[in-house]
Design a protein around this ligand. Sequence first.
Ligand code: GLC
Length: 397
Amino acid sequence: MSTALEREARSVLQGNWREGERGGVPYAFTCPSVPRYRHQWHWDSCLHAVAWLRHDAARAREELRTVARAARPDGFIPHTVFWDHPARWRRRPLYATAGLRGSRETETIGPPLLAWAWERVGRGDPAFVAEGLPVLRRHLEWLRRERDLTGDGLLTLVLPDESGIDDSPRFDAVYGRMAHHRPGHVRLVLRFARAGWRAAAYAARHDEHLQDVWLSTAYAMSLHAMARMDPAGPWAARAAAVERALVERCYDGDEAIFWDLAGAARRPVRVATWSGLAPALLPGVPEGVRHRVLERQLGDPARFGAPVGVPSVSMAEPSFRPGFDAWRVWRGPSWVNATWLLAGAARELGHAAPWADGLAIAAAREGLREYYHPLTGRGLGARRFGWSALAAELSRA
Ligand code: GLC
């Protein structure tokens, strides 16, 4: 473990820390990066909290409490919350807010990692765990009611950025001109607004939506964590159902990867991105499948086996672009969060993860950037990026 990287992680987390009060509600969170990402994002905050654990456990708890405070009474938790800076109007279509001005949060969800993070931060702290249970229960029930449209545990996303993987090429064919990085995206946001931001109402009218492998994996991770915090609840059975659906419906045994399912017909979206590897994180996915996915994808230098991190898109995809793109993200570079998650699973299953060490080395050299070139390690995108603090935990060296 590099202590220089550890110091850099602490400095970024501290520098990006924001706290205050909005309308009598206190907030405290780490913003991902200034000036580009000033707000609070659900999954960023969950990963920040885990990174904070090594430096200041009280801040880890406060960050998660702030995510929970943004929950609505019905259990909806927004993808992005504008605590101390309003969403500027130009970004409004990207943020999917209810009004043109004055909205305090998006109407969209993000990868639901809150219960997963809450359990990690709450280890050895039963009072903190007990404090979280009511809101976590409501949130997990909301996801099941509002986003499990087929009843088998797979979650539907309407806007691509609900997966956190905004411009991934796996959305290109499904959304066409309405993809996140194209001007037609505004139309998609308006359609969702007209459906009252309800996925079922939207899906009854439009076919541009998908059952997302990463979103569903994050949900299962949270369900497993919830089962440990609230053993009497239905959570373990629900986690198992998600895992079963992922394996039965999304897994392609020939390719050793999981595909998202598009539209009402549940068409497999055969574009290989890191999201298709994510179910290897899940304990209830058969071990043989987890091994095969990791070996086949990360062990192959023509697919995901790059020297630096896990590329966000397979190097075998025609859409793979390893460098910086001013308009689009998640189309090739390696991100610390995905690499950190997959490194945990790979090592747990006894695989070497040289790509994780490669990313730690790049982060030590280049600073905590938003993402990195998977072949050269060059740091790209935003600087002093919050969840890249997890790079300090990547290296076994
Ligand atoms: C970008 C990323 C998204 C992240 C956000 C804040 O939009 O694509 O995943 O949550 O930035 O860091």
